[in-house]
Each structure stands twice: as structure tokens, then as C-alpha cells.
Design a protein around this ligand. Structure first.
Ligand SMILES: [Ca+2]
Length: 87
């Protein structure tokens, strides 16, 4: 596996050796960072306190992980506006 030049790149295995994302393939990415079709970084929110909810700018979403795109206007509206959200 090659080492990405981008420190935020995620194409490295976790501590158990499992690879969850490989930016070396044909997926949409810029220098190893997962990006949307507008070349903006994919947005991610995680459940950090184990309550089963991810906090998206103050809105609690019933999920451990949520991802969204800022949409064509490239403005982060935290799942509103033209954002493309996965919840
Ligand atoms: Ca937007």
C-alpha cells in the first residue's frame, strides 16, 4: 500500500488490519481524501459519547455515523439546503 501525502487520507488499515476505505481506486477522492462530486470533502459526524446519536451542528441524528455532502453550492448547511445527506 502506498502512503498518502494527505495526513487526513483514510486509506490505511485500522489497528486490526481492516481496510475500510481505499482511495487508490476509482472512488471520488482528492489526494486520498474522500470527496463529493464537487471536489469538496465528505462531511462526517460520529456518536462520540455512545448514546447512539451523532451531533450534526446541534441536531441529534439517531445513528453512530452520519455522512453528508455540502452539495452543489459547496456550502455546509449541515444536512439542510442542497446538502446531500445520508440520514
Ligand atoms: Ca449546501
Amino acid at each position: 500500500m502506498n502512503t498518502p501525502s494527505n495526513p487526513y487520507a483514510t486509506n490505511a488499515p485500522n489497528a486490526n488490519g481492516k481496510l475500510y476505505y481505499d482511495a487508490s481506486g476509482s472512488g471520488i477522492h482528492v489526494n486520498g481524501t474522500p470527496c463529493d462530486p464537487w471536489n469538496e470533502m465528505i462531511q462526517v459526524a460520529l456518536d462520540l459519547d455512545g448514546d447512539g446519536k451523532a451531533n450534526v451542528n446541534g441536531t441529534l441524528v439517531n445513528a453512530s455515523v452520519v455522512v453528508w455532502s455540502k452539495g452543489a453550492n459547496k456550502k455546509n448547511e449541515f444536512g439542510g439546503g442542497d446538502d446531500v445527506k445520508g440520514w
